[in-house]
Design a protein around this ligand. Structure first.
Ligand SMILES: NC(=O)c1ccc[n+]([C@@H]2O[C@H](COP(=O)([O-])OP(=O)(O)OC[C@H]3O[C@@H](n4cnc5c(N)ncnc54)[C@H](OP(=O)(O)O)[C@@H]3O)[C@@H](O)[C@H]2O)c1
Length: 177
């Protein structure tokens, strides 16, 4: 059976923020985080990203297949060799993934897209890099209310000597419905 696997990838400050403001690039993340991110993206069949984030990083995603969430199209519209625009609430995502043979799905954010996947209880794994800095305000990782979703810790890995941590969580079978 074709069962897609969803992995969310995010880098946050100590206070859980993914950006200071909408449009803030993640250029504050360490080179070691970027290496870990690209290694995981290399294992993925497709990257799912919100239109706002896509506009910021599309040059770096050029050669990767991307599913860009946007309400600017009806359903699903091809936007180039590697890019599909997707109005997420108008399509059946599972059908889209089957149609294109995308089994390993990397969720690249930002807040709205992470939240959409959380709300639909679709995040199987989460790679969370924590950088040793504080923004004090900004965009959270998630901004939607959900019933508790439990994750098991798989690994914690220091990525450098400056205090960057990569935390790997996997959805727990405990109490997740
Ligand atoms: N630190 C990290 O790991 C990380 C990762 C990714 C992004 N970021 C940062 O996050 C910020 C952007 O995050 P964001 O939350 O503002 O924007 P976003 O999630 O990247 O994109 C938001 C856009 O996605 C589309 N969208 C959202 N929900 C949708 C739905 N249900 N159906 C269809 N389309 C939908 C809409 O596009 P339309 O307006 O076209 O309809 C919306 O404006 C940037 O600063 C970026 O650098 C950080």
């Amino acid at each position: 059976m074709f069962k897609p696997h969803f992995t969310a990838l995010a880098v946050t400050a100590i206070d859980g923020k993914i950006a200071r403001y909408p449009g803030h690039l993640s250029d504050w993340a360490s080179p070691e985080d970027k290496d870990a991110l690209h290694a995981e993206l290399d294992r993925s069949d497709v990257v799912v990203v919100g239109r706002a984030t896509y506009e910021l990083v599309k040059d770096r995603l050029d050669s990767r297949d991307c599913l860009v969430f946007t309400r600017s199209v009806k359903g699903l519209v091809r936007q180039g060799e590697h890019c599909l625009y997707c109005n997420a609430d108008q399509v059946n995502l599972a059908d889209v993934l089957v149609q294109y043979g995308y089994k390993r799905v990397a969720i690249l954010g930002g807040t709205q897209v992470y939240s959409w996947f959380l709300k639909h209880n679709l995040i199987d794994e989460l790679y969370l890099t924590i950088e040793p800095l504080v923004f004090g305000a900004g965009l959270p990782l998630f901004a939607t209310e959900v019933a508790d979703q439990h994750y098991d810790l798989v690994a914690v890995k220091p990525l450098n000597h400056r205090g960057t941590l990569l935390i790997h969580y996997r959805k727990s079978s405990y109490a997740n419905t």
